[in-house]
Ligand binder design. Structure first.
Ligand SMILES: CC(C)(COP(=O)(O)OP(=O)(O)OC[C@H]1O[C@@H](n2cnc3c(N)ncnc32)[C@H](O)[C@@H]1OP(=O)(O)O)[C@@H](O)C(=O)NCCC(=O)NCCS
Length: 194
């Protein structure tokens, strides 16, 4: 956990309807499909994405960096897939992981347009958060949303995230600095590494 890992961690979580697993270098085509299919839908909720998000070649380069971060335990990028692992329904990223006296990270996520409103993200995040708390020993997971993003706010509330503040012009989303509601979930069962 603290040192450099030579191989990528292989984590695959099974929920009632999904496989929730860490991305690996063979996911470039699936990720390009997900971002190209949902480009317009996700635009108001995300940073401006360059065209490389819609091409496997762009993802090959990005996945190289992501798998390095995962090897080092600095970030974990999960994808939500159908049980045959053919199509990506959504993504859930735990990033900027710090340990020491913090043991905290940020959570970001999105779900494809056609999978909205069916409980998929809640189902996936319950499993992924359990993994981050139990296996990665996180004590705090932080997630922030724009005040008008009611779907995101509702999701975080159902998962038990609590509001901690309000940050003005906090993130550059769709090309503009946007206010965000700051929330976090803490792990009541946290224990130090053995
Ligand atoms: C934020 C986002 C992931 C939430 O997706 P979602 O589908 O609303 O989230 P959930 O998985 O929790 O699903 C809950 C919805 O499914 C419904 N649902 C249907 N079947 C369900 C089931 N078996 N279990 C739970 N909920 C179910 C719930 O009633 C709820 O619908 P409602 O909000 O219309 O009442 C999604 O809207 C999204 O990707 N938005 C764009 C990107 C984005 O905003 N990212 C976050 C930036 S902070």
């Amino acid at each position: 956990m603290f040192g450099y890992r030579s191989s990528s961690p292989k984590v695959s979580l099974t929920t009632d309807r999904l496989i929730v697993r860490l991305v690996h270098e063979r996911d470039a085509y699936r990720l390009a499909d997900y971002y190209s299919e949902n480009r317009l839908f996700l635009k108001p909720w995300e940073p401006v994405r360059d065209d490389s998000y819609c091409y496997p070649s762009g993802w090959q380069a990005r996945l190289g960096m992501i798998t390095e971060l995962q090897k080092q335990g600095n970030a974990f990028y999960f994808i939500l897939l159908d049980k045959n692992e053919e199509e990506i329904y959504g993504v859930a990223n735990f990033s900027n992981i710090l340990r020491g006296s913090f043991y905290a990270c940020y959570l970001g996520y999105s779900l494809g347009e056609k999978w909205q409103g069916q409980g998929y993200m809640q189902e996936a995040l319950q499993a992924a958060i359990r993994y981050m708390f139990r296996q990665q020993k996180m004590h705090r997971i932080m997630a922030n949303y724009m005040p008008h993003n009611q779907r995101s706010g509702g999701l975080l509330e159902r998962l038990g995230f609590e509001r901690e503040g309000y940050a003005k012009e906090y993130l550059l989303i769709d090309g503009k600095w946007r206010d965000h509601v700051l929330t976090a979930l803490t792990n009541p069962e946290w224990s130090p590494m053995p």
